[in-house]
Each structure stands twice: as C-alpha cells, then as structure tokens.
Design a protein around this ligand. Structure first.
Ligand code: B12
Ligand code: SF4
Ligand code: SF4
Length: 392
C-alpha cells in the first residue's frame, strides 16, 4: 500500500515529531569523495571513528540497510528564548543549547519507534526499519538537505524554515516507498556572519569546518590537553559552542520549542558555576547530568574546561579555588589546566604554587605543562578577551 507524504506527516505529529521530510535511499553522489578529502586534510582529526571506511558506508544507505527504499528525515526543534544566567555575581560557564534538555538521541529514537509502530498499523504489514541519530552510519545533514527538511548554511548547519539551525536530526530508514520531498534552495546569499564571528577561526571557508579548532570539538570530544593557543579563544564555553548559530539572521526568527524535554531543569544544565565544576565529585556529576548530553565530556573534561573558562574571565578572586585545584584535584588534566589559568590571571602570584605543584606532580603531561608555565607565562587576559556574547 502506497503512503502519501501528508499521511506520513499526520502520523509523525502523533508520534511527537513535528518536522519530517522524505528522501529516497539512493546513494549520496560525491559524499564519499568529499568526506575522504576532508579526512585526508585533517578536518576531522581526533575523531578516529570518522575514517575512510565510514565515509564509504555513509555515502550509500543500502550498504547497511539493503532493503531500504525511503529515508524519513526528522528534526527536533530546541530553541527556548527566556533563559539567561542569573545576575548573582557567580562566575558561570556556558553549555550549548542543544545539551540543556534530555539527551536527544534517546528522545528521537523513542519517537521514531512510535512513528514506526503507527506506520505498520497504517500499511498493515511489518516494516523493516532502522533508527539512526548521530551515528557513524549516515551523515544526518546530507539526508536532511536532500529531503528538503532544511538547507545547509555556510556554518555547515542545517537550517529549517521557522526554526533556524536550532534542530537536532535523525533518520528512520524504511523498506517502503514514499514520494520524496524536494530539496530547498540554500539561502545564505552574500552573508558570512558565522565565518566572521567564529572565535577560533574554525570555519575556514564557507561550508568548511576545521574541527580541531572548533570549541565544540575541544570541549566535548577532545580528551587531552587543549592547545595553549586556543584556550584564550574559548571564552566561558564549557560544553559545546553556539556562536556560529547565534549570529545567524535566520536563527533570530526561530519559534520557541513547545516541548518539555528541551527545557533545562536546573541552572547547572545551562550556566553552571565554574567553581562548582572544579569541585564536583563524580557522583554529583552523574546525578546532575544524568540523561543529558553533558555526560559525554566526562567529569575531568568538564572540569578542565571550567579551569580554562576561569583563566579567560581573569578575575583574581578565583585564584584560591584554582590553587586548591592545582594542588588537590584528583585528575592531572584538571590540575594542569588550573595551573595555566592561575598563571594567566596573575603570573607572579601563581609562581610559588606552580613550583610547589611541580615538586609533587607525578603525571608526565601535567609536569610538562607546569615546567612550560614556569619557563614562560601564557598570554595574559586582555580587556577585550574572553567571555563571549550572551545569547539574545
Ligand atoms: C563530527 C560531528 C561534529 C564535529 C565536526 C562538525 C562538522 N561540521 O563536521 C564537531 C565536534 C566539531 C561538531 C560540532 C557541532 N555539532 Co556535530 N556532528 C558531527 C557528526 C557526528 C558528523 C558530521 C559530519 O559528517 N561531518 C563531516 C563534514 C564533511 O560534514 P559537514 O561539515 O557537515 O559538511 C557538509 C557541508 O560542508 C556540505 N557542503 C560542502 N560543500 C558545500 C557547498 C555548498 C554550496 C553547500 C550548500 C553545502 C556544502 O556537505 C557536507 C556534507 O553534508 C554529526 C552527526 C552525523 N552522524 O551526521 C553531528 C551534527 C552535525 N552535529 C550537530 C550539532 C548540533 C553540533 C553543534 C551545534 C553542537 C554545539 N552546539 O556545540 C556543533 C556545530 C558546529 C558546526 N558549525 O558544525 C547536529 C547538527 C544539527 C543541524 N541543525 O545541522 C548533528 C547533525 C547531530 C544531530 N544528529 O543532530 N559536530
Ligand atoms: S561551534 Fe563555535 S568554534 Fe565551532 S565553528 Fe561554530 S563558532 Fe566556531
Ligand atoms: S550566518 Fe549568514 S552565512 Fe552563516 S549560516 Fe547564517 S545566513 Fe548563512
């Protein structure tokens, strides 16, 4: 039985999916070559799972799903306008908006399962299906662009009419034919605000993101020490970065998302205290961020990022918590980044602490960083540096 696009949209709305569009399961021409060229040029360095084999698989949905006929591209909108950091004098980090609510992987998969059940009831037979969200098996944005769910911006994001780029993507791969939707026309025109605003220069050209410089990569995916030259550019982002989306004219027209799962439940889900991040126990981390994307950074990663953020804020009132961290944090990665932050805020005041720390430090990487700091100061905080613009 043939299914129309309108019927699909009605069933999707019942399943909690307000934004869907359809494309075929045909291969994506040129995608494997594009991905391989980017991999070879180092654009995805540090994400080892993103290899050339993955590029070949992702370029043809039938590699993994031989019976696939259609792909339903789905988007979860997550813009909420009314949340700002409290004006309480506490130094706070920023968490990217996509991570404020419940982990979207789980939400989208559940809703796609509901849609699948409704579709089976509608067509009266078992439908072979795959539920994909943010996996190595498909390039989510490529599907969203071909299905016309959204169009690709120069910041590489998918922008959806009335929601801007504040959407998360998934795919329901099906063995049933549905009339495909048409792609949308890209609408950046001569604008290049996102390229100009990127704090680290990670958007090296339109549609080209060099991930090793991207704050999102550095704060979420990257596990080791953050290169010194990038730390001052990271502002107070502790998980992800939204700058190239916030400056986009299309995102300022986004509709608020009417969905409880995208709302933060406590301030730590969006603007956590940086001192608290440095002191939090493993248990606190797990309890506060359970079921949220932030878990991906792990406690050590989040505390490392908090140390960098305090270094960028540059307020000597934070030297005490940083000293405590340098001397007593259980993670060497955090100790070494706190040492950098101290030295950046007040080099001469930090020297005795750095010397004491070096006497006791046993971790080779942390020792190297301490020695480098004793040999030469990091770039001091300037008037213009650091805390990035707030969202509207
Ligand atoms: C690896 C990855 C990252 C990496 C690299 C990002 C990147 N741009 O590749 C890092 C860690 C940096 C990252 C960051 C973020 N990510 Co991410 N990430 C992914 C992942 C897993 C793979 C992306 C990928 O394949 N990259 C390969 C490169 C080559 O693809 P690309 O840069 O998008 O390139 C496309 C365009 O350049 C386009 N293109 C090339 N030339 C031209 C020319 C023209 C004229 C046009 C029109 C297009 C065009 O074709 C390419 C393929 O579609 C996807 C999930 C998935 N499985 O697809 C999520 C995903 C892309 N990420 C997502 C999100 C939300 C983010 C962040 C916003 C999180 C945050 N707030 O911190 C940032 C955004 C940074 C940015 N501007 O992209 C969402 C994006 C949703 C959307 N609306 O687009 C995805 C789809 C996850 C999801 N399921 O929702 N991410
Ligand atoms: S997420 Fe931030 S660092 Fe990454 S490309 Fe966008 S603006 Fe640049
Ligand atoms: S800021 Fe401008 S160039 Fe960048 S994605 Fe938005 S419209 Fe396109």
């Amino acid at each position: 039985m043939q299914l129309t696009r309108d019927e699909l949209r009605q069933l999707a709305a019942q399943a909690g999916l307000s934004l869907v569009a359809v494309t075929t399961a045909e291969p994506f021409p040129h995608l494997a070559d594009l991905l391989k060229a980017r991999i070879r040029a180092g654009y995805l360095r540090g994400m080892d799972w993103f290899d050339e084999r993955r590029a070949d698989i992702a370029a043809d949905p039938r590699n993994l799903h031989p019976t696939a006929r259609s792909i339903v591209s789905v988007a979860l909108p997550y813009w909420i306008p009314d949340i700002q950091p409290p004006n309480d004098g506490v130094a706070r980090g920023r968490i990217a908006r996509y991570a404020w609510g419940i982990d979207y992987h789980r939400v989208l998969r559940e809703r796609m399962r509901r849609l699948h059940a409704l579709l089976e009831a509608r067509v009266g037979r078992t439908l072979e299906a795959r539920f994909l969200v943010d996996t190595a098996r498909i390039v989510d944005r490529e599907v969203a662009a071909r299905s016309g769910l959204g169009w690709q911006g120069k910041n590489t994001m998918i922008l959806v009419p009335r929601h801007g780029s504040w959407v998360l993507l998934g795919e329901l791969v099906l063995d049933i034919e549905i009339d495909p939707d048409q792609p949308l026309r890209p609408r950046c025109g001569r604008c290049q605000r996102c390229l100009d605003a990127c704090p680290t220069g990670a958007l090296v050209a339109p549609y080209e993101l060099y991930a090793p410089r991207c704050i999102s990569y550095l704060t979420i995916e990257h596990r080791g020490p953050i290169p010194w030259e990038l730390r001052p550019l990271m502002g107070n982002w502790v998980f992800g970065c939204d700058v190239c989306q916030e400056v986009c004219p299309y995102t300022s027209a986004a509709l608020p998302a009417d969905d409880p799962i995208v709302r933060p439940e406590r301030i730590e889900h969006c603007f956590p205290s940086l001192e608290w991040l440095l002191r939090m126990s493993e248990e606190e981390f797990r309890v506060v961020y359970q079921r949220r994307p932030v878990l991906r950074a792990k406690r050590a990663g989040l505390a490392r990022n908090a140390a960098v953020a305090l270094g960028n804020i540059g307020d000597s009132r934070h030297l005490a918590v940083l000293e405590e961290t340098v001397l007593a944090h259980d993670q060497p990665l955090v100790r070494s980044h706190a040492a950098w932050a101290m030295a950046r805020i007040d080099y001469s005041a930090s020297l005795p602490v750095l010397r004491t720390a070096l006497q006791h430090e046993t971790d080779p990487l942390a020792r190297t960083e301490l020695q480098q700091l004793l040999d030469a100061p990091p770039e001091p905080v300037s008037q213009s540096s650091a805390v990035l613009p707030r969202s509207r």
